[in-house]
Design a protein around this ligand. Structure first.
Ligand SMILES: Cc1cc2nc3c(=O)[nH]c(=O)nc-3n(C[C@H](O)[C@H](O)[C@H](O)COP(=O)(O)OP(=O)(O)OC[C@H]3O[C@@H](n4cnc5c(N)ncnc54)[C@H](O)[C@@H]3O)c2cc1C
Length: 339
């Protein structure tokens, strides 16, 4: 186990931003995390866990010890009539985990195919896509509390999962390192095709009675056609959350913009797609000096074409937030974690 000094994080964030960490260490086990935490380098310095770096915007050199999670392993712990109870090390790649589940016939995560990043970060923002969220398959998480080095166990109710949030993204941010995640996966596959795009893709694929593998392949095709590949263009997926809008404001907006899309959440709130707001405000495809901008096909995705700093992208996000407030009276919240 090695602790690197002034290490570049360029290869460890999907925006491809070239910032450094004061210290960087890769960990493969909870014991290695403890060794790192007990090292002289860990004294009086912030600890930042990092997985695939696909949901961070690094705006400066980090005066911190960055702990890069490489804890591996996928285990079937037990099963009953309905479920497989499976655990995965937090450093396992998320999509690798999904493919493993599909291969084994463990159902429930197929709609979450091709989401970048690690298993350990998945509870952090309750990852979600195509009608499924992590919380739907969550069993428990184990996390090491940094201040005590105790391993804490979090059941579903302890996690306060919400739309792209959990206790790990709020009260416990940078206080714990998730080391293991447990999943409850279906024996009887209940495929979820509620999202129209999946059905359309299945029709194109000529499939009537889809398996979990078919769903995964449909989701992969849709994602590859819609989202920029971070290996080619730096980005962190959706930069903003879809805002919850008060019904009174929404009715007023609807009279001005009859085409505004929305999803009813309850009697008082609707969710409005942030991508629609940004696109209709004219930001889609905007570039700044050909270095960075708003993706040409997906207004929710901010991109680094190669020459941006994290500050540049942060400032662009500020301009977008201000513009959306001015035009629609809606405050967009960033989904990405800013450092
Ligand atoms: C092209 C693209 C598409 C995406 N699509 C989706 C999508 O459909 N749905 C979705 O929900 N997200 C999506 N994302 C966002 C991202 O993939 C997820 O949020 C993913 O879970 C981040 O994992 P990571 O390992 O890369 O986290 P990182 O970026 O490394 O970390 C994110 C945050 O979690 C913390 N963290 C990381 N690991 C741990 C740990 N073990 N313990 C405690 N804290 C930790 C970090 O400190 C940081 O604050 C997309 C991103 C990209 C680039």
């Amino acid at each position: 186990m090695q602790i690197k000094l002034d290490a570049s994080l360029k290869a460890y964030n999907t925006f491809g931003l070239n910032v450094t960490a004061k210290y960087l260490a890769k960990v493969h086990s909870t014991d290695e995390i403890k060794q790192i935490l007990n090292s002289p380098e860990a004294k009086d310095i912030a600890i930042i866990p990092l997985g695939g770096g696909s949901n961070v915007l690094l705006t400066k050199n980090l005066d911190a010890l960055v702990v890069l999670n490489k804890i591996e392993g996928i285990t079937l712990e037990k099963e009953d009539d309905e479920y497989y109870y499976v655990t995965a090390g937090s450093g396992v790649g998320w999509h690798e985990f999904v493919l493993h589940c599909i291969h084994k016939g463990w159902g429930g995560v197929e709609n979450l195919s091709l989401i970048p990043g690690s298993v350990g970060a998945a509870p952090m923002q309750n990852i979600g896509a195509y009608g499924v969220e992590l919380k739907d398959v969550f069993w428990f998480a184990e996390a090491m509390e940094l201040s005590t080095q105790l391993t804490l166990k979090f059941k579903k109710d302890d996690c306060h999962f919400g739309y792209r949030t959990s206790i790990f993204k709020t009260r416990l941010k940078n206080q714990t390192i998730i080391t293991k995640v447990g999943f409850k996966l279906n024996k009887e596959h209940k495929v979820n095709t509620n999202y129209g795009a999946i059905n359309d893709e299945l029709v194109r694929m000529g499939i009537n009675d889809p398996s979990i593998s078919d769903i995964s392949q449909a989701v992969i095709k849709i994602r590859q056609s819609k989202l920029p590949d971070p290996a080619k263009i730096g980005n962190s997926g959706s930069f903003f959350k879809n805002p919850l809008v008060d019904m009174v404001l929404f009715e007023e907006l609807k009279s001005r913009y009859p085409e505004i899309p929305s999803y009813q959440v309850d009697d008082e709130k609707v969710k409005v797609p942030a991508g629609w707001l940004i696109e209709s405000a004219g930001w889609k495809g905007t570039t700044v000096g050909n270095r960075y901008g708003v993706h040409e096909n997906q207004a929710l995705v901010l991109v680094n074409y190669g020459g941006a700093t994290g500050e540049d992208i942060y400032e662009l996000s500020e301009l977008i937030i201000d513009d959306i407030i001015a035009k629609y009276g809606i405050h967009l919240e960033r989904e990405v974690n800013i450092y």
